[in-house]
Design a protein around this ligand. Structure first.
Ligand SMILES: Cc1cc2nc3c(=O)[nH]c(=O)nc-3n(C[C@H](O)[C@H](O)[C@H](O)COP(=O)(O)OP(=O)(O)OC[C@H]3O[C@@H](n4cnc5c(N)ncnc54)[C@H](O)[C@@H]3O)c2cc1C
Ligand SMILES: NC(=O)C1=CN([C@@H]2O[C@H](COP(=O)(O)OP(=O)(O)OC[C@H]3O[C@@H](n4cnc5c(N)ncnc54)[C@H](OP(=O)(O)O)[C@@H]3O)[C@@H](O)[C@H]2O)C=CC1
Length: 471
């Protein structure tokens, strides 16, 4: 058994782990640092664009782990998996028999797809997480005629948008699409893209609704060993066209998959029974039904876990064991959140948590104080759904706003969808679809909690340059 010794130990080569290494390279370049990565490829963030102070868009790609050595001369890379963590003696044991003694450790082991039941029985039911699972999907797409997609979040939406030449049956629990990210109105806006709607209606509609918690469909991701894919993973699907399949999409709303059985000597190998009493025959099922934290190693002494199964961390990404930190999908944000932030397992948050963990680990080693980073003040997510740029800010679906709140909408079909969530006249969250150029203004309005009552509906009037009000 070989023995290593390091001040800092990072486990996992996803965005959280790599960001933690990069940040430590800046903060403490002279210190010893080891990363354990199960894969020779690690995640790399590039082309960072700031839409505002906290609204950041970037590209994610894979790079050789060895390239990390360029940024941190004292980095030692262990290509292996963590097997056991001895917290009493601060020793990590790997599958390959390496023993690493450390002072502080950051667990960044990510998440694994949470699949529908019956997935263990059949290889024709699978999830998407890493490059290997996409290759499997590509293969199934090439030979498939009909697929069932289960789930209503990011992956399902991207698959429906990116695949062609195959019959698609999309089974969703909700009565509108892409519910993890948007509301029914935005879903309708996005659905025009799904339908390939050619008719263009440029008339702008401005509406104000007063909602109460009971009549608003609040869609938050509630439950909220491989590196997760980057945002453009679905491009790999775009050129894969099945030779026999038809291009058709059927969306089955308010329905779940009850059971799946394999059938021999029938036209399709899988028989999917739905909760609405119907059944569908298909070639394969994609279960795009969320992730669960990957705690795939043992401990002598376990830290506290969050309700979602993640390792509970405080605002400094520190677990209940002071020398153990955790970041990214494996962590459960268990501090008292600021009014406009909540956890969703996204690369943005993996990056923010990885950087925060590095700062806190460095402060602990140097016996310094550290404050939580400003980015945790506001939930932000920039993504692309059905070909449209989508920016989500704060409590964009009224999440957790107990009292009555108002929604102000401006919609131009095929062009933009803007939704403001207001409470007591102050902006609490926003959905911005299209090139709205409102990101920075919304960020300021949410963070500064400016009373917008005097401006009425003008705040979204397309004929008024609202930025002028706040100059
Ligand atoms: C198909 C898909 C598309 C996505 N698209 C987007 C998107 O558009 N926008 C967005 O914000 N988010 C997206 N996400 C989510 C995002 O990718 C994740 O939230 C983010 O990558 C999590 O980063 P992480 O570092 O915590 O975990 P991961 O990226 O999962 O990395 C974990 C790492 O730990 C390693 N590991 C695991 N166990 C061990 C062990 N025992 N020992 C050593 N190493 C170990 C793994 O090999 C891996 O390298 C997507 C996810 C998927 C699956
Ligand atoms: N563009 C982006 O930003 C993207 C982000 N991602 C991220 O990657 C991760 C994995 O994506 P994904 O798998 O789409 O996860 P998501 O958490 O985004 O969505 C999971 C969806 O599956 C539903 N669901 C859960 N269990 C079942 C079930 N048993 N039957 C039917 N539906 C079910 C959920 O409904 P309910 O909410 O009611 O539980 C939800 O609609 C997530 O962290 C996601 O945020 C992925 C792709 C793109």
């Amino acid at each position: 058994m070989s023995k290593l010794n390091s001040k800092y130990l990072i486990v996992g080569g996803g965005i959280a782990g790599v960001t933690c290494v990069e940040t430590l390279a800046i903060l403490h370049p002279g210190a010893t640092l080891i990363i354990i990565t199960a894969s020779s490829l690690v995640k790399n963030v590039s082309n960072i664009t700031f839409y505002a102070k906290t609204i950041v868009k970037f590209d994610v790609s894979e790079t050789e782990a060895s390239s990390l050595k360029k940024i941190h001369p004292n980095l030692h890379i262990v290509y292996d998996s963590l097997r056991h963590l001895d917290n009493t003696h601060k020793i990590a044991y790997t599958d390959g028999g390496i023993e690493i003694t450390f002072e502080v450790i950051c667990i960044c082991t990510g998440g694994v797809p949470k699949l529908i039941s019956d997935s263990k029985k059949f290889s024709r039911i699978f999830g998407i997480r890493d490059t290997e699972s996409v290759e499997n999907f590509q293969e199934k797409l090439r030979n498939g005629r009909r697929m069932v997609v289960v789930g209503n979040g990011g992956i399902a939406s991207e698959i429906i948008h990116a695949t062609r030449g195959i019959e698609k049956i999309w089974v969703v629990r909700d009565d509108y699409i892409s519910a993890t990210f948007v509301d029914p109105g935005a879903a309708e806006f996005l659905q025009d893209s799904v339908k390939n709607c050619k008719e263009k209606q440029e008339n702008t509609v401005l509406r104000r609704h007063i909602f109460s918690e009971e009549d608003t469909l609040v869609s938050v991701n509630k439950n909220l060993k491989s590196a997760a894919l980057g945002p453009d993973w679905y491009r790999k699907l775009e050129n894969v066209i099945s030779s026999e399949g038809k291009q058709e999409l059927e969306i089955i709303y308010k329905t779940e998959v009850e059971s799946v059985i394999e059938k021999e000597n029938t036209s399709y190998p899988l028989y999917v029974k739905l909760s609405n009493g119907k059944a569908i025959e298909c070639d394969f099922v994609i279960s795009a039904t969320g992730v669960e934290p990957a705690v795939n190693f043992t401990w002598d002494k376990e830290p506290v876990f969050g309700k979602d199964g993640g390792i509970a961390v405080n605002e400094l990404q520190q677990t209940s064991i002071p020398h153990v930190f955790a970041a990214g999908d494996v962590a459960s944000a268990s501090w008292e959140h600021s009014a406009h932030w909540f956890q969703l397992r996204l690369w943005t948050q993996a990056r923010q948590m990885g950087a925060m963990a590095a700062k806190a680990m460095h402060a602990k080693i140097n016996k310094e104080d550290v404050l939580q980073d400003f980015c945790f003040e506001l939930f932000t997510h920039c993504t692309t759904l059905f070909g449209h740029r989508v920016v989500l800010l704060g409590k964009y679906n009224g999440q957790g706003l107990d009292k009555k709140y108002e929604i102000l909408l401006r919609v131009t079909r095929g062009h933009e969808y803007i939704k403001f969530v207001l409470q007591n006249g102050k902006l609490q969250g926003a959905i911005l679809i299209g090139e709205t150029d409102l990101e920075e203004m919304c960020e300021n309005l949410i963070l500064d909690q400016i009373d917008l009552t005097p401006y009425g509906d003008d705040i979204l009037n397309p004929d008024i340059d609202i930025d002028d009000y706040f100059d």
